[in-house]
Ligand binder design. Structure first.
Ligand code: MG
Length: 261
């Protein structure tokens, strides 16, 4: 009897229970083209790959302009491969505009930072700048190491919208990384949102925004709202708080095709 059961099980196994046999050959479902383009990765993690547009490599601000006046050069301090916020001059943004992209940047809150809450090492990267001031979608930059504030305003948040999933912040004085995948919103002919913006953010290599849907552009007061726009610059914030200014380095981007392309 036992033998008969074992034999039956063996027989079932041989015909692949749970793995229905389909007609055709294995080769029928192989795809050979188009062949993905070869990209040479950086030698170390965080280094720009061969197809990246380098936005800041430590040498100059050629890719940047003042947000308030596109006729003026960005005048933040460039020294020793590092870019430091000039709070007196205001926000800076890229000369070029982008739609969907992968972005890498590194930032550092000074070791001697003072202040509390939102007034402690505040900057930010606007994933699409929609004009002067804070118009756009802000991925917050702030000291988040033992610094209490509202959670949808801490580092790794989409400001006043999406708190980070976790807090992987390093202490002031240490370099931190953001790796962002930004999918811009699309708009119908009448200006209404066709598909909302989506964002994925790795903060120091840790996932803090997982293909999250944005409710609209950042609002300091009131609810986020969409307004129709096309390709947009990327903006760095010169926040008006009194604490010591942040620094940036190694900023690069890879433009991505729209979904389905
Ligand atoms: Mg900010």
């Amino acid at each position: 009897m036992k033998l008969a059961i074992l034999f039956s099980l063996a027989l079932l196994g041989s015909v692949g229970v749970g793995r229905a046999q389909q007609a055709g050959k294995p080769e029928d479902t192989e795809v050979w083209s188009p062949v993905p383009k070869v990209v040479t990765p950086g030698k170390i993690s965080g280094e720009a790959p061969s197809d990246a547009l380098v936005l800041f490599d430590g040498k100059n601000l050629d890719q940047w302009t003042l947000t308030s006046d596109h006729a003026k050069a960005a005048d933040w301090l460039v020294k020793g491969d590092i870019l430091t916020v000039n709070k007196a001059s205001g926000n800076i943004e890229t000369k070029r505009s982008f739609t969907n992209y992968q972005l890498h940047l590194e930032w550092r809150v000074p070791a001697n930072i003072t202040g509390t809450g939102q007034a402690r090492g505040n900057s930010g990267v606007f994933l699409a700048s929609l004009g002067e001031g804070d118009a756009g979608y802000e991925l917050q930059i702030l000291d988040a190491y033992n610094n209490q504030t509202y959670v949808n305003g801490m580092a790794g948040s989409i400001y006043k919208q999406l708190p980070p999933l976790v807090n992987p912040a390093r202490p002031p004085g240490q370099w931190q990384t953001y790796d962002v995948v930004w999918t811009a919103p699309t708009f119908a002919a009448d200006g209404t949102v066709a598909t909302p913006a989506r964002v994925t953010v790795l903060f120091n290599g840790v996932l803090v925004q997982n293909n999250a849907t944005l409710l609209g552009a950042t609002r300091y007061i009131g609810k986020p709202e969409y307004q129709r726009h096309g390709p947009a610059p990327i903006k760095l914030q010169a926040h008006g708080d009194k604490s010591e200014p942040l620094s940036y380095r190694n900023i690069w981007l890879r433009e991505l095709p729209a979904a389905g392309q």
